[in-house]
Design a protein around this ligand. Sequence first.
Ligand SMILES: *[C@@H]1O[C@H](CO)[C@@H](O)[C@H](O)[C@H]1NC(C)=O
Ligand SMILES: *[C@@H]1O[C@H](CO)[C@@H](O)[C@H](O)[C@H]1NC(C)=O
Ligand SMILES: [Zn+2]
Ligand SMILES: [Zn+2]
Length: 508
Amino acid sequence: MVGLYNVFLFALVSSQTIFKEEVKPTSQEVNFLTRYGYLPPQPHGSDFSVTAQSISEAVKKMQKFAGLPPTGELDPETMKLFRRRRCGMKDILDAKTKNRLKRYILQQGWDKKTITYRVHNGSSTLEQSRVEAIMTAGLAVWAPHGNLRFIQVEETKADIEVSFVSKDHGDGFPFDGPGRIVAHAFPPPHGAMHFDDDELWGDSPDEDNEDVTDLFAVAVHEIGHALGLSHSDVKASVMYPYYQVPVEKLHEDDILGMHELYLKEATTSTPAEFLYAKPSSSVPRFTKSDISYEEEDDIPDLCFTNYNTIQSMQGKLFVFEEEWMWVLSRRRKIIDGYPKKIHDVFVGLPKYIDVIKTIYEKRNGHIVIFSGRFFWEFSSRYRLIKRGRLSEYSVPPQVSELTSVFISNYNNKTYLIEYEKFWRFDEHTMTMDKGYPKEMSAWRKVPYPVDAALIWEGDTFFFRGPRFWRFDNNKIQAHEYYPLPTAQIWFPCALTPEMASYTTNEDI
Ligand SMILES: *[C@@H]1O[C@H](CO)[C@@H](O)[C@H](O)[C@H]1NC(C)=O
Ligand SMILES: *[C@@H]1O[C@H](CO)[C@@H](O)[C@H](O)[C@H]1NC(C)=O
Ligand SMILES: [Zn+2]
Ligand SMILES: [Zn+2]
């Protein structure tokens, strides 16, 4: 690993662009352009090194998106944008990467019509009950445009989880104190919605009030993200990234986005009003229904895809994506005969389980695959032994699936991860350890939810999308040189320009 990493670093350094003296944008401005997708991510830890031309191009794009004349110059109107209150989500999603990656990065809608939400707390200035009322009203604005029903829950985990937090709050997207970023929300299936508690939240819109931020206006926008919409460059739309009040109703552009996400399959005849305009907010081109059109034997390229999960078992590395699996030796070599279809290896796994997302090897060598509230246990030679319920792992009944499971080599305990929480289970006594669940933010500097968690040569690794992190048990946080690109470090894959963007937590 260490040798590989050095090669990688060298490649990264030698490909850096030349810093030109003519333009000296402040690092804040470069950060802004990078954060919202106008500039490619800057290599981790390096001083920003961007050319005058790339800055000017980025500024043009930003001006266009905001509805200003695209001059490429940092004129006063443009400078104002850097300071305006706005949403923390990206404006430009990375479109350069191949389709397979796109399918992961671009938002999807919920694959159900009834969606739960939960308000964890109020802000320092608005009571929780007031926030709940505003959320309910905000959701009602969207509901009819996707035939959706929203149900408030109090105890169980909800699809959309709302909370007020400040500064670094564990998801890799720290808030920035008063002003500028006021909120962000993650697309399905994540759905978390965070409001910056350093803002002075109020419940009456006042355009000229620089101090008070209207929660309803921001909530309606963030709900759009939690339903799968991304930013729009239509200024009158709710999904425009900069703060605007008052918000009274959705714009046609927002409605078209919802139509693409939630009503396309249901409606056989497209209403005339939808035939002519294309929504400018990005919606997925590669949805689940598109996948079935793919050729049966369209095997994902291990070097250029995301991974449903990765696990170390039997001293080897197992990689799962779609209905395929690869097994690699310690030397990054794909074992002969792979990739294979998961059902050809794990015979007896029900066919409706079309991807493997959660798998681990028990101390006795058995391999356990989790799906929903059940698990399937196989012998080390892949013979089905039994099907069991999650409750055998003492997981509370409201947990509907686990996203990763691994056994720590440090204490021999089994870590059961569910999106934002994890439990520690003792398989020896078959009891859950006290004090759990804990928040995933306990693994500091590791963005979550993670796709995979595993132990490799004594170290703990986390994987998400195309990146991975190594956990530093001494500092109790991700090691400072991470993330790094998964494909180039773990698999026999060539170095690519994209991987530089996988060395920061910036655009996750
Ligand atoms: C709201 O809850 C989150 C976690 O659930 C916590 O981190 C945050 O401090 C709380 N905010 C307030 C304003 O109490
Ligand atoms: C963990 O389990 C293994 C195998 O059963 C054993 O060799 C090892 O000593 C155990 N380690 C701890 C810390 O209990
Ligand atoms: Zn937004
Ligand atoms: Zn957050």
